[in-house]
Design a protein around this ligand. Structure first.
Ligand code: UD1
Ligand code: CA
Length: 474
C-alpha cells in the first residue's frame, strides 16, 4: 500500500434498531473488543494512516469508546491524529455519510471506505483493494451469495466489466436474480471521490444518497477494480444472532492462531479466548476454558477444564484444576488452584502456594508455599510464607460498615474452623487452635485457643437411647 495519504472512512452513524438494545450497535463486543474497534484496527493493520469514523446515533458513547480504546497502549498519543470522527446528524444514506467526512479527506491519495459493523474484514482484503485502486478511480470488493436478499447487486456489462451497483429496492426482477453482491467496501482516489460525490442525488426508491452510485460514475470513464471477497468475512452485524455468528467466527480465528503458534488447546470449539489476552506457546488450555480481558498465560501453565479467567496473570508451571473462576488476580509460578476455587479481584497467589477446593479469596496476598486448602474464605488479608490455613477458616473482614485486614505472618498455622475477626494480626510462627475465634492480636510463637472447654456427661447417650426406645413401645 502507498505509504502516504491512505485514509479510511468508517461508516458508523446508523442506529442498528434490530439489535434491540440501548447501546449503539457498533459498541457491541466480539471477543472482548467493540465492533468499531475491530474495524479501526483492521484498517490500521492494512496500513492506512488515519481513520475517520462517521458517527451519528449514540455519538458521544461511540466517541468515548474510541478514545478509550485508541488512546491506550499501542495507539497512545496518536489517537487524536490517527482516529478522528465526523458527525452525520441525520442518516440520509451511505453517500451522505461519506459527504459528512469530506472535510477530513485529503485532496489526493486513497480513501478506503468500510463499515463499523463488519469486524471480520481481513486487512489483506483492504490491502488488495488499495492495490487494485492504484491505477483506477475506484475499486470494490464483491462476493457471491446463494441468497443475496438485502444486498446491492453487482451489474456487469457484456464484457464482464462492472458497470453499476443496484440496490435491491431499485432492482428489476432480472437484476434481483443476480447473486454477486456488494459487501460495501471500496477504495477510491480522493479527487474522484470529492467530485463524484457532489453528483449524487436521492432519486431512488429510498430517497437516500447512495454511495453505490459512485461505481456507475467511475465505470463511465474507466475500468473499475474488483477484489473477490469471502462473504463470511464481510457480513455486517445487524441483529443479536449475526453478532453471535460473528463472535464464533472471530473466536475460531483467535484459537486457531494460538494453537498454530504452539498453545495446546484441547478443544478449539469449546475454548474462548478474548482478542486482548496473551497466551504463550507452551501453555495448555483445557476443554471449555474461557480466557477474558487482558489475561496472560505463561508457557508451561496448565488451565484445566471449565476455568473462567478474566484479567488474570498465570505464571509458568502454575496449574488451575477444573472449574476455577478468577478475576483481576495473579497466580505465581508453580502454584496450584482448585478444583472449584473462586479467586476474586486482587488475589495474589505466590510461588508454589495452593488454594484448594471450595475456597474463596479476595484482595489477599498469599505468600510463597502457603496453603489455603479447603472451604476457606480469605478476604482483605495478607498471608506470609509457609502459612497453613485450615479447612473452613473464615477471615471476618467486614463489620457491616467497613472492611478490615487480617494479617498472618510467616509460618502461622490456623487450625480448622477458626474465625479471624479483623482487624487482627497473628505473629510469626503462632498456632491457632481449631475452632478458635481470634479477636485479639496473637503474639509470635504463641498458641491461641478460645473455645468452650469440653465436658463429658457420663452415660448420657445410652440413657437417652433407652428412654426413647421405651417411649416407642408404649
Ligand atoms: C449498503 C449498500 C448495499 C450493500 C450493503 C451491504 C448503499 C446505498 N447500499 O446497503 O449495496 O449491499 O450496504 O451491507 O450504500 N450508514 C451511515 N449513515 C447512513 C446510512 C448508513 O453511517 O446514512 C452506515 C450504517 O451505520 C451501516 C452502513 O453504513 O454501518 C451500511 O448501512 P445499511 O443501511 O446497513 O446499508 P444499506 O444502505 O442498506
Ligand atoms: Ca439503508
Amino acid at each position: 500500500m502507498e505509504s502516504t495519504n491512505v485514509v479510511a472512512v468508517i461508516l458508523a452513524a446508523g442506529q442498528g434498531t434490530r439489535m434491540k438494545s440501548d447501546r449503539p450497535k457498533v459498541l457491541h463486543e466480539v471477543a472482548g473488543r467493540t465492533l468499531i474497534g475491530w474495524s479501526v484496527r483492521a484498517a490500521f493493520e492494512a496500513g492506512v494512516d488515519r481513520c475517520v469514523v462517521v458517527v451519528g446515533h449514540g455519538r458521544d458513547q461511540v466517541e468515548a469508546a474510541l478514545k478509550n480504546e485508541f488512546e491506550s497502549d499501542e495507539f497512545k498519543s496518536d489517537m487524536g491524529a490517527r482516529v478522528q470522527t465526523a458527525v452525520q446528524e441525520e442518516q440520509r444514506g451511505t453517500g451522505h455519510a461519506v459527504r459528512c467526512a469530506l472535510p477530513r479527506i485529503p485532496e489526493q491519495g486513497t480513501v478506503v471506505i468500510t463499515y463499523g459493523d463488519c469486524p471480520l474484514i481481513p486487512p489483506s482484503t483492504l490491502r488488495a483493494l488499495c492495490e487494485s485502486r492504484r491505477s483506477r478511480a475506484l475499486a470494490l470488493v464483491t462476493a457471491q451469495l446463494d441468497r443475496p436478499t438485502g444486498y446491492g447487486r453487482i451489474l456487469r456489462g457484456p464484457g464482464g466489466e462492472v458497470r453499476a451497483i443496484r440496490e435491491e429496492k431499485d432492482c428489476s426482477d432480472a437484476e434481483r436474480a443476480v447473486r454477486e453482491v456488494n459487501p460495501g467496501i471500496y477504495a477510491m482516489e480522493a479527487g474522484f471521490l470529492r467530485e463524484a460525490i457532489a453528483e449524487l442525488s436521492p432519486d431512488n426508491a429510498q430517497g437516500e444518497l447512495y454511495l453505490t452510485d459512485l461505481v456507475e460514475i467511475a465505470a463511465r470513464s474507466g475500468e473499475v477494480g474488483v477484489v473477490d471477497g469471502n462473504i463470511e468475512d464481510l457480513r455486517g452485524v445487524n441483529d443479536p444472532y449475526e453478532l453471535a455468528l460473528c463472535e464464533r467466527r472471530m473466536r475460531h480465528r483467535i484459537v486457531e492462531r494460538l494453537a498454530r503458534s504452539g498453545v495446546r488447546i484441547a478443544d478449539p470449539a469449546s475454548v474462548q479466548i478474548d482478542a486482548d489476552a496473551l497466551v504463550h506457546p507452551g501453555a495448555e488450555i483445557g476443554f471449555g476454558v474461557h480466557i477474558r480481558g487482558h489475561s496472560e498465560i505463561a508457557a508451561g501453565a496448565r488451565i484445566d477444564v471449565g476455568c473462567v479467567l478474566e484479567n488474570v496473570v498465570v505464571e509458568s508451571g502454575a496449574r488451575l484444576l477444573p472449574y476455577c473462576v478468577a478475576t483481576d488476580s495473579t497466580i505465581g509460578r508453580d502454584a496450584q488452584i482448585g478444583p472449584f476455587a473462586h479467586l476474586r479481584p486482587a488475589t495474589r497467589v505466590g510461588e508454589r502456594a495452593k488454594v484448594g477446593n471450595f475456597c474463596e479469596t479476595k484482595k489477599t496476598h498469599i505468600g510463597v508455599a502457603s496453603k489455603v486448602n479447603h472451604l476457606a474464605y480469605v478476604g482483605d488479608g495478607h498471608i506470609g510464607e509457609n502459612v497453613n490455613v485450615g479447612a473452613g477458616v473464615i477471615f471476618c473482614n467486614y463489620d457491616g460498615y467497613r472492611k478490615h485486614k487480617v494479617e498472618l505472618e510467616d509460618g502461622v498455622f490456623v487450625g480448622s474452623d477458626s474465625q479471624l475477626v479483623a482487624p487482627v494480626k497473628v505473629g510469626r510462627g503462632a498456632y491457632i487452635a481449631s475452632g478458635t475465634t481470634v479477636t485479639k492480636d496473637v503474639p509470635a510463637d504463641a498458641l491461641a485457643i478460645a473455645r468452650v472447654p469440653q465436658q463429658h456427661k457420663e452415660d448420657y447417650a445410652r440413657m437417652r437411647r433407652e428412654r426413647e426406645k421405651k417411649g416407642k413401645m408404649r
